[in-house]
Design a protein around this ligand. Structure first.
Ligand SMILES: *Cc1c(COP(=O)(O)O)cnc(C)c1O
Length: 388
């Protein structure tokens, strides 16, 4: 073999069958082969297990998918290149012209865009309500055959808590699928409810490091099987290297999530006792209007703490600029603490009434609490409040 050939066909290093790596390797390969055409055809006809093309499936990504499915308490999962890819692929795979979706003003902005603007172009209609308007949901479902009810809990940014048992009950009664974007609550919560499909942005708590993007759709084996063909050709798969990083991040998921929740509770209490603050939005606070519901539905209340400054937009601008430990940037679930100013929250597609329902005021600031020392964060927040 000439050296030009050898560099393209390097020696294979196979492990002995009794010899295993403790951390699964990254299968950074697009293609897999079998030993003969016969075996290849058996694979293609579904008669032989294996991998063939990474857009369809890859062992590294598959390990992550199986971990995520188990964490969320469902049978199977499809990983995608980002959270919005998971939502976009799911919505395209589940809907057809003439279908109707119930969604909410409190929903993540790009998801609203996907439903109203993108799916709207293909003849899918929607009704957008407030997540607190349960009777509105019942009316919408009773008056129109509905394919999907898509919601979040807690919502972004003011942490309203959806009544999941009530929503799933009415959706089931009217034959609509429920899709819960469970990104804020995390992978270990809400699995016991009658949710058909969970979606997650793995960009947030799953990796935790804020250095990789990913998304997931988690559901029963039957639902995932029904999505597989469409997801395969839509093509927004997760790269094996990103899957490896997210799988690595998951090892510290519970310690990170719970530590960050404990610090979030402390910061929420600090804010609630401060004269410059009109109102704090954190489900773990007894003063949260849905605290009892949150306690019944969740074990951990999340790491997003939002609050309304009495001084409005100007006070919020002074506050975010005075913070030293919080990066002024969106997202959540990373080890660094982050802050979003009200001026950065886009509700531009909402009517005045819908904007009122979303409960974002000119002084609403959103904190995402990281893994820094709680005393340091508390001191930073207190100093910035003094300057607000
Ligand atoms: C961030 C986020 C998404 C989108 O995830 P990306 O990974 O950024 O594409 C979807 N839903 C919620 C609730 C999010 O917070």
């Amino acid at each position: 073999m000439k050296k030009e050939t050898r560099v393209n066909h390097p020696p294979r290093v196979d492990l002995a069958p009794e010899n295993h790596p403790v951390v699964a390797p990254i299968y950074q390969t697009v293609k897999f082969e079998f030993e003969s055409l016969e075996q290849t055809l058996e694979y293609l006809h579904g008669e032989r297990r294996g991998f063939f093309y990474t857009r369809a499936s890859n062992p590294t990504t598959r390990q992550l998918e199986q971990t995520l499915a188990e964490l969320q308490g469902r049978e199977d999962c499809l990983a995608t290149g980002s959270g919005v890819a998971a939502i976009a692929h799911l919505l395209l795979a589940l809907t057809q012209q003439g279908d109707h979706i119930v969604c909410f003003v409190e929903t993540y902005n790009p998801t609203r865009y996907l439903i109203r603007r993108l799916l709207g172009r293909f003849g899918v209609t929607q009704t957008m309500l407030s997540i607190e308007d349960l009777s509105g949901v019942e009316r919408a479902l009773a008056s129109q055959r509905t394919r999907i009810v898509l919601f979040e809990s807690p919502t972004n940014p003011v942490t309203k808590v959806a009544d999941i048992a009530a929503l799933t009950r009415v959706a089931r009664a009217h034959g609509a699928l429920t899709v819960l974007d469970n990104t804020f609550a995390g992978l270990h919560q809400h699995g016991e409810y009658d949710i058909d499909v969970f979606v997650h942005s793995l960009t947030k708590y799953a990796s935790g490091a804020g250095d990789v993007m990913g998304g997931a759709v988690i559901a029963s084996g039957d639902i995932i099987r029904s999505l597989r063909a469409d997801f395969g050709v839509l093509g927004g798969v997760l790269d094996p290297h990103a899957a490896f990083l997210i799988q690595r991040g998951l090892k510290t998921y519970f310690v990170r999530y719970r530590t960050q929740c404990a610090t979030s509770q402390r910061i929420a209490e600090l804010l609630a006792g401060h004269a410059a603050v009109e109102r704090v939005h954190y489900p773990g606070l007894a003063s949260h209007p849905q605290h009892a519901l949150a306690r019944a539905q969740m074990q951990d209340f999340g790491t997003i703490v939002a609050f309304d400054l009495r001084g409005g937009a100007e006070a919020a601008a002074r506050f975010v600029d005075a913070l030293e430990l919080f990066a002024l940037t969106p997202s959540l679930g990373s080890t660094e603490s982050l802050v979003v100013a009200p001026q950065m929250m886009s509700g531009g597609d909402l009517t005045a009434e819908q904007a009122r329902l979303s409960a974002v005021t000119p002084g609403t600031v959103r904190l995402s609490i990281g893994l820094e020392d709680p005393d340091d964060l508390a001191e930073d927040v207190a100093k910035a409040l003094a300057k607000a």
